[in-house]
Design a binder for this molecule. Sequence first.
Ligand SMILES: *Cc1c(COP(=O)(O)O)cnc(C)c1O
Length: 225
Amino acid sequence: MSEHDTVAALKDVRAGIARAAADYERDPASVTLVAVSKLFPATAILPVLAAGQRVFGENYVKEAGEKWPALRERYPDVELHLIGPLQSNKARDAVQLFDVIETLDRPSLAEALAKEIARLGKAPRLLVQVNTGAEPQKGGVLPADLDGFLEACRSRYGLTVEGLMCIPPADDPPSPHFALLNSMAKRNGLETLSMGMSADYDPAIQLGATHVRIGSAIFGARVPR
Ligand SMILES: *Cc1c(COP(=O)(O)O)cnc(C)c1O
């Protein structure tokens, strides 16, 4: 294995989350760590599972399908989140594999997910991704379209949306994006806020994150595929 001590890094991240929660007078148990294991093999994930981490995020349906069924046999209480863009033609695999899909962002995907949920009799928890920076290359519903989309998810597709997720633009200070996501969730009576990554989970916790998605601070730098 590499020099990187993943278990020590996990402990540091957990301590950082606890410290941020304390700083902002929040219950540390109200912030869930989603350990983002994309592009890392099972050999890198196993020590993190052995250290007690159970909530993981993956970006690619295919990669997750190759890694997680075997890991789940050993750790059946794992909770797996899809945090990368989802093509409608992968909706069936995604519903089968994931406990939470964080990247619902368009009517065609809502329709595909509703169909597979009915067919498989299994419903992942759903978050809507919001493109808070209105970046053309990024997935997510535009802020102005969010309330209408949530209404369509409910009434047209029969989907229960639990919360919102965002990835702020790389070059922006993240806090205004986190504050915007928080206010949009409040306005719509949604409880779950997935925001904050390795570099910015502290302000995300300050602004109400219930889930922080942390990869490189735990697993080290990712090698591009
Ligand atoms: C990769 C990824 C993360 C983790 O990013 P780090 O900076 O490595 O913590 C979080 N969220 C999403 C959507 C990602 O794609």
